[in-house]
Design a binder for this molecule. Sequence first.
Ligand code: MTE
Ligand code: MO
Length: 545
Amino acid sequence: MTTTEQPPATGQGGGRRPLAAGAGLLSAGVALGAAELVAGLIGPQSSPVVAVGDTVITLVPEPVKAFAIATFGENDKTALVVGTLVVLALYAAVLGVLALRHRTVGVAGVALFGVVGAAAAVTGPAGGPLDALPALAGALAGVAALLALLAPLTVPTAGAAHPRPGDRTPPAERLRTSLGAGDRKGAGLDRRRFFLIGAAAAGAAVVTGGAGRLLLRRFHVGEARADLVLPAPASPAAALPAGADLAERIVGLTPLFTPNREFYRVDTAITVPQISPADHRLSLTGMFDTPRSYTLDDLLGRSDVIERDITLTCVSNTVGGRLAGTARWLGIPLGALLRENGIRPGSDQLVCRSADGMTIGAPTRSALEVEDAMIAFGMNGEPLPVEHGFPMRMVIPGLYGYVSACKWLRGIEASTYDAFDAYWTQRDWAAQAPVKIASRIDTPAPLRRFPAGRRAIAGVAWAQTRGIGAVEVRVDDGPWLPARLSPQVDADLWRQWVLPHDFAPGSYQLTVRATSAEGEVQTAERAEPFPDGSSGLHSIRVNAT
Ligand SMILES: Nc1nc2c(c(=O)[nH]1)N[C@H]1C(S)=C(S)[C@@H](COP(=O)(O)O)O[C@H]1N2
Ligand SMILES: [Mo]
């Protein structure tokens, strides 16, 4: 198709361009709907929208990722999806306008999108050749919709510039007739047909997209998860004394245990892997004498099931931040599992692989020596929630999640730091990252006004594997005042702290600092999360009136 075959886009009928932009948008909708429908038949990993988003996450530079986590927190993925859709919408609208004059550009633009989507899906961690189909089907449908929608915007009118075979009109004459035709208001533009086809396209997009979504639900593992019966632990968690949770009496204080649905979530998965427990295998490979693989039932049926209370923290947590949570985990001791496979002394790194392609490098030594390191399948009395790694994940107390807590775990390769850089290490985060001592003021809330008088200053502090020995609070430049702590039941569990204080009306700066049970005082030196975790004291301004 050549460009001269299309009547001019301007000067005719008016409003042609906005309609063409609309045609682009509608075609994108049709493409996405068709892709989702085919993805519904093939599987969630083949959905081009998700695959492209995943690829974007993998490719964006670290500062952008850090900014996204800092700005949007757990909504970072929603922000990404919305951002992607906005970019896609702009692209589609521009493409529509360009295609008005140059059909080839429109077709090529949609095809390009199909190829990008197909490539992303095929090369994804769970991708195969078949996963190209949704994107390609989407592109085909998108092209068809675009051409159909543009046709009524460029209806050939009488005397148009097409030289019919045998037409002897001189070129200049032909041009004049063509312009003349265009001068008539609305000529070459069939609005009614455009809106009819547009409505059909919108309907098709909604119906196919919705059907795709419904079909994708059958890949969800919620039922299999609900049917799972967890074993009783051979070694239960340390008993908590009555009244151990100070949050029962102090409004605004973080509870000792974080309910699963409130547990912070950090990962690179736009849609969480849906792993059918019956098909799942945990494979040990690499530097083992007798490596084997395990089904979930193998793990559930073992006699060495442990239950432990462990606080998990993210390296991206800023001072005073909320990327930390505590759960009662149920699982198998990691050290025992590694030893029974004959782990070789030369391994210093375990490369943990998840079903979504993530690699997390954990120190072999911690896996063997940290008490309570485990392969977990239970969290707060339930099977692991899908978002938190169902059916199994690793938990190693004392290390940030990105070097210890691989979710959707399907492989442990005994390796070395020399031989392999894991995902975050490739992005310049520290290869080894023990959790730094941290403390946080939960209440009073910063800047919010509260009535003067006696009230609690309270929060949490953590120093996994070492335990918290003391927490002190300073009001303005006063002395460090010792806070009361929740019972020390396990070094891996954070401790709540509380300090009742008499506030006269006024504004105060409150600062908290913790000391580990080993006597190490939390440093006041400020560090950003990158590359191995934030440090510094949490300090807030509060107002009593
Ligand atoms: N497969 C996979 N596992 C992962 C991650 C991930 O992106 N993918 N993120 C890690 C990080 S950075 C943290 S802090 C913890 C968070 O675990 P949670 O989401 O259950 O709180 O999971 C870790 N395990
Ligand atoms: Mo993290």
